[in-house]
Design a binder for this molecule. Sequence first.
Ligand code: PNW
Length: 450
Amino acid sequence: MREFPDGFRWGAATSAYQIEGGAAERGRSIWDSFCAVPGNVYHGDTADVACDHYGRWAEDVALMAELGLTAYRFSVAWPRVLPAGTGEPDRRGLDFYSRLVDALLERGIEPALTLYHWDLPEALHERGGWLERSTVDAFVDFAGAVRDQLGDRVRLWTTLNEPWVAAMLGYGTSLLPPALADGAAALRAAHHLLLAHGQAVPVLRGGDRQVGITVNLSPMVPATSSAEDAAAAERFDGYHNRWFLDPLLRGAYPQDMADWYGAAFDGVVAPGDLATIAAPLDFLGVNYYCRMHIAAGADAADPLTPRPAVGARQVSPSGVPATAMGWPVEPDGLRQILVRLRADHPGLPPVYITENGAAFHDYADPAGAVHDPERVEYLRGHLGALHEAIAAGVDVRGYFCWSLLDNFEWHQGYAKRFGIVHVDFASQRRTPKTSARWYSEVIRANGLRS
Ligand code: PNW
């Protein structure tokens, strides 16, 4: 038996855009516009209905209770609270989240709220979006409006989900909106996202509220033992991990990367910004999916090619099993990144694993049960690695599996299923997969029996 600490939180995670639907009752976001362009999203899928969580939230909370979750991570759709991005909050939007929070608390499930999971109001994008400081101010107002409504009942507050994805993929590639594929824009957006986080921290603090941010981290593995690949992996680490961790936890951007980016990063930082961004955190949220294997030399044809350029590319390791996303399954990477975090940042706050999971193909048997043996093995491996990290002294307070439900997997539409609960998108029927039943047992035991 590998037991977890007393009081360890066992959760599952979702995000507003990926599950809610209810599109007619909220404002538009950059994702709505992106989905409307043929070719952007696999199969032309949209999130107008998604899992209809907006209509079925009560059923979904009952399901969480049945599975025994002790925490639930969700995000608030900015365009549902402030349809035009700023101005007067829409009561319907605030009431929706208020009912959700009450239902969770009634079931003894701790709500963990994320303010920004990529659904920027279209109206703010039209005024420059994350390229402009005015969006930082709008975010702080949004944070205040949600705090006013839910601050008495929600204890765990996360400002942003994965600023690397929002900035480096959203502004630096054409894979996610606003799809600018512009390196200088990506650095500007990243800085303004971090600033929005930093400015929101004091607004959210108070009472027994704990405030943090979620970053996605990956250990970097040089593809070969060459000095070129080692240097490339170090730059990719700077681009992906340190560009966000260092300002948040050290109050400075990594100098090697600032030098490498050169003119693309000129004039972005204003006096005082770095102190704002480094506001002390009550916890750090870490999303972990896989390690990244890195070789020197860019691949301009790769839609994920970094902008600004880092002279490095991701390669697939041979002999390593992969998920349906093509992501290598390397559970020990979770232990590696946590142990490194603790070594690199002596003042590291408590950590929550705010996402970990995988897309796999599942199959239904004649009785209607849905089996996903690969996900069970994925979760077992990663929880084992997490247990080792805790034994090594990393203060981890909880784990949220991504995701509670199969959902709208961004530009991959509904083709990739991350849920521990199967969703039939025609009938909206929810069926817990084998992995959900297995996870329930882990929660009940507060650890791994095998
Ligand atoms: C996360 N990468 O995104 C998101 O927070 C979720 O909304 C999403 O559904 C989930 O992972 C699965 O994709 C990531 O390229 C997207 O390193 C890309 C990366 C990491 C995380």
